[in-house]
Design a protein around this ligand. Structure first.
Ligand SMILES: [Zn+2]
Length: 168
């Protein structure tokens, strides 16, 4: 298998329907990252839950597929963080109403620490990115109909890059 394909999604595939999602990323080391117009933010090592919605063409599968790609021209705030952080888990639902603003507020109310202004260029939320020191097992307050996907890390995958031929 081509190792550049990125993380394995279990269970595959993601829905092509529109909906709302949370993408959980792991940042293994503390890092200063320039986040577009937000400027420089110091990200502690740990876990970051990004809340978004996908109501365009291709729905959740298209949007999340883009988020899962590490290398691309940055467009959203998340793209800058994604360049250094690994996607580990996805929660989503396919309700016909965008729930991202309510979900972002619910995660903050649940005790996660918001990164002010992140992912909020088009809304009035405090933040769409929540920090957890340790991996959250389950997200509470997101209502019914939630589906969860786990993403294998490169080191956990059996189809990682082949060992280069010796003597090359
Ligand atoms: Zn919002």
């Amino acid at each position: 298998m081509n190792p550049s394909l990125g993380p394995t999604i279990l269970p595959a595939p993601l829905p092509e329907a529109p909906g709302t999602y949370v993408l959980l990323l792991q940042l293994r080391e503390r890092a200063p990252i320039h986040i577009g117009r937000l400027g420089l933010i110091i990200f502690q090592r740990g876990w970051y839950a990004y809340v978004g919605s996908a109501f365009g063409a291709g729905g959740l599968a298209a949007r999340l597929g883009r988020h899962l790609q590490a290398k691309k021209k940055p467009h959203w705030h998340l793209d800058y963080l994604r360049a250094l952080a690994e996607p580990r888990r996805i929660w989503l639902n396919t309700a016909i109403t965008p729930l991202e603003h309510a979900w972002a507020a619910a995660l903050a109310a649940g005790g996660a620490r918001p990164i002010p202004g992140f992912g909020c260029s088009d809304c009035h939320c405090h933040s769409h990115l929540l920090y957890y020191r340790t991996a959250p097992r389950n997200l509470t307050g997101l209502g019914a109909g939630l589906k969860s996907y786990t993403l294998a890390t490169p080191s956990e995958r059996s189809d990682t890059a082949p060992v280069p031929p010796s003597g090359a």
